[in-house]
Design a protein around this ligand. Structure first.
Ligand code: T3D
Length: 263
């Protein structure tokens, strides 16, 4: 699969997508956004993919919109931020939201602007000690986008999210952990192994059920308790019909580890 701006590696059920513009701290261009969206959409329909890892090449995770490319588009005339977001960033965030497999962000360095939004759109975040997070938008006179205004307050509460958005200040990995933005912080040298360990666990997990859990939680974000109870019942019906559920029960009763196939 020939991508120009991302690396795509599928091995043993683990799909690793690496943003690959290290000279620009993996700042995103329209092409990168398109390629990443395509990779997530393909993964969503690929039963051999059991888990997705998103990371960055070099010392950055993602520095958000490529401001050089953006200023060229603006200078050329006819550029509209609204149209650009609606046709490039937003479909990517929705593709990430829809993907049934778990997405782990391996945050290897700075995640700024839409780069932080990308990390937030993943299901779990493991950060290297030297990683940092900033809602950089305000520093260039823009509002947070790519889902940050939806995702960040839900993770850390409105007051704390607003403080980060209004100041654009840089948050260290340790502070991000204390705030609840990241699930774990590890030494830089341990990031790859820690993420690989978690990815291997997911690659051997009941993948369909994980997709249903993600659906349930996303649905619950905007629903009433009564609606959620109904949704849980429907999804449990689906989970209960999977081969992995039968395997889980059989393994428990025969006191052996389960062999989940993702079916
Ligand atoms: O439609 C739309 O496009 C709207 C969508 C907007 C979404 C957004 O993401 S808006 C926010 C855009 N991002 C930013 O404003 C962040 C800009 N970058 C920075 O503030 C800093 O670079 C960092 C805090 C991220 C990292 O600082 P530092 O000191 O570690 O690195 P650096 O020296 O600033 O950057 C290293 C190189 O990457 C440098 O290039 P050079 O001088 O070595 O050739 C720098 O210019 C380049 N770089 C970093 N960020 C960007 C970038 N180049 C283009 N665009 C960037 N966003």
């Amino acid at each position: 699969m020939p991508f120009e701006t991302i690396l795509h590696n599928l091995q043993d059920g683990i799909l690793t997508l690496t943003l690959n513009r290290p000279d620009k701290l993996n700042a995103v261009t329209p092409l990168l956004l398109r390629e990443l969206r395509e990779a997530f959409e393909q993964a969503a329909g690929d039963r051999t993919v059991r888990v997705i890892v998103l990371t960055g090449a070099g010392r950055g995770f993602c520095a958000g919109a490529d401001l050089g490319a953006a200023s060229e588009l603006i200078a050329a005339g006819g550029f509209s931020y609204e149209d650009n977001l609606n046709t490039t960033y937003n479909p990517l965030i929705m593709a990430m939201q829809r993907v049934p497999q778990p997405i782990i962000a391996a945050v290897n360095g700075v995640a700024a602007g839409a780069g932080m939004s990308l990390a937030l759109a993943c299901d779990l975040r493991i950060a290297a000690e030297s990683a940092s997070f900033l809602q950089a938008f305000v520093k260039i006179g823009l509002v947070p986008d790519s889902g940050s205004t939806w995702l960040l307050p839900r993770l850390i509460g409105t007051a704390r999210a607003l403080e980060l958005m209004l100041t654009g200040r840089k948050v260290s990995a340790q502070e991000a952990f204390a705030l609840g933005i990241v699930n774990q912080v590890v030494q830089d040298a341990d990031l790859a192994n820690t993420v690989a360990g978690m990815a291997q666990t997911f690659a051997a997990a009941p993948t369909k059920t994980i997709g249903l859990i993600k659906q349930a939680v996303n649905f619950a974000m905007t629903s009433t308790l009564e609606e959620v109870l109904h949704k849980e019942a429907v999804l449990q019906g689906e989970a209960g019909a999977t081969a992995d559920h039968a395997e889980g029960i059989a393994a428990f009763l025969s006191k052996r580890p389960p062999n989940f196939t993702g079916e």
